[in-house]
Write a protein that binds this ligand. Structure first.
Ligand code: KG4
Ligand code: ZN
Length: 355
């Protein structure tokens, strides 16, 4: 099926045509330059930028694919979570296009979009899988028991800031601008990850939840202390600690669930230090790891098309009444018991990938 995916949940306007797991055409307009002066995304500005960009971006995707709208089989659009005004732009466009061309329409959960980006870069869908979703708005450990959106459960989540949000806030403290993740990663290359100490993240027993605001606050205190560390050192220390927190939760989730395939998703998955550390953990613990190439980690229409196809195949349908769901709670995902799968502690491997 030829699927058009439309993404407008935050600060990227994007559309893509996807067929058989291949991206035939892609358009992306980033608003990062518009929001940079404010140190973060300004919702009203985002809506206006999406309005200006949506039609050209869809045309670009279609032209790249050498198609007209009439050649499509399905329209998929992000319905949330995200900024309500921004979501409305994509939804209105998608609804009008589907109605005009008499095409089926499906609404996509943005977070599952990130997960399904893996199917565009080497993951052949098979379940159950675990997914580490690390973006600017969310940091969750998910378990997917099948391709239908409702087969997703939450194993653990951040109790405070999302990992990307923490990167962005620390970057702001260091005067590095928005988005902060790539800037911190760049600066960290010249820093010493052991130059200073940040506090240990408090952990609830038996929980896969995560926390990043303590690290962020400690970084703030250091920046404003009598003897602040060199910015590159702080960037390196902070990045190393965020990576360690994420990797530790992934390893615990694999061990406790017995599920041995992990998909990584979301903007922070573009981070080289995180990718390297997860690859090392996968090698040591003997699980299979999939991480999309950096360009598919951040928001894009192709991931929405791919997730939309999975939802459509599972029977989901939408029509002109499709409304935005700005908050993740509205999707009704359940929290799964931590030891789902029931083989906690019994799956440590020896052999070629042994610990
Ligand atoms: O998934 P995404 O594009 O948008 C959301 O849905 O939030 O993620 C954006 C987030 C931002 O917080 C950005 O700073 C972070 O991903 N990010 C990174 C990197 N590239 C983007 N964080 C760390 N290292 C990177 N290389
Ligand atoms: Zn995203």
């Amino acid at each position: 099926m030829r699927v058009l995916g439309i993404e407008t949940s935050c600060d990227e306007t994007s559309a893509a045509v996807v067929e058989d797991g291949r991206i035939l055409g892609l358009g992306i307009v980033s608003q990062a330059d518009v929001h940079r002066a404010y140190g973060g995304v300004v919702p009203e500005l985002a809506s206006r930028q999406h309005l200006a960009a949506i039609a050209p971006v869809v045309s670009e995707a279609l032209e790249g694919a050498g198609m007209r709208a009439a050649d499509l089989d399905l329209v998929a659009v992000t319905r949330g979570p995200g900024l309500v005004g921004a979501l409305l732009v994509g939804l209105s466009f998608a609804k009008a296009l589907a109605w005009r061309q008499r095409l089926p329409l499906v609404g996509v959960n943005h977070l599952l979009g990130h997960v399904w980006a893996n199917a565009l870069s080497g993951w052949t869908p098979a379940f159950p899988v675990l997914a580490l979703l690390v973006s600017g708005g969310h940091t969750d450990l998910l378990r997917l028991d099948g391709p239908a959106p409702a087969q997703t459960r939450i194993l653990g989540r951040t109790r405070d800031d999302a990992a990307g949000e923490a990167f962005d806030k620390v970057a702001r403290m260091l005067g590095l601008g928005y988005p902060g993740g790539p800037a911190i990663e760049h600066l960290a290359r010249e820093g010493d990850p052991e130059a200073v100490r940040l506090p240990v993240v408090a952990r609830l027993r038996d929980s896969l939840d995560m926390s990043f605001s303590g690290l962020k606050t400690a970084a703030y205190d250091l920046v404003h202390s009598a003897r602040p560390p060199a910015p590159a050192d702080l960037a390196a220390v902070f990045q190393a600690r965020v990576v360690a927190e994420l990797v530790s939760r992934v390893r615990a989730a694999v061990e406790r669930s017995g599920v041995r395939t992990v998909l990584v998703a979301g903007g922070v998955a573009a981070n080289g230090a995180l990718r390297t550390a997860l690859a090392e953990a996968a090698r040591r613990d003997g699980f299979t790891l999939h991480v999309p190439p950096p360009a598919l980690c951040t928001d894009n229409g192709a991931m929405v098309a791919q997730a939309g196809l999975a939802a459509f195949a599972a029977g989901e349908r939408a029509d002109g009444s499709l409304e935005p769901l700005p908050s993740i709670e509205a999707f009704g995902w359940k929290e799964a018991p931590v030891a789902q799968g029931g083989r906690a502690g019994s799956r440590r491997r020896s052999g070629p990938h042994g610990a």
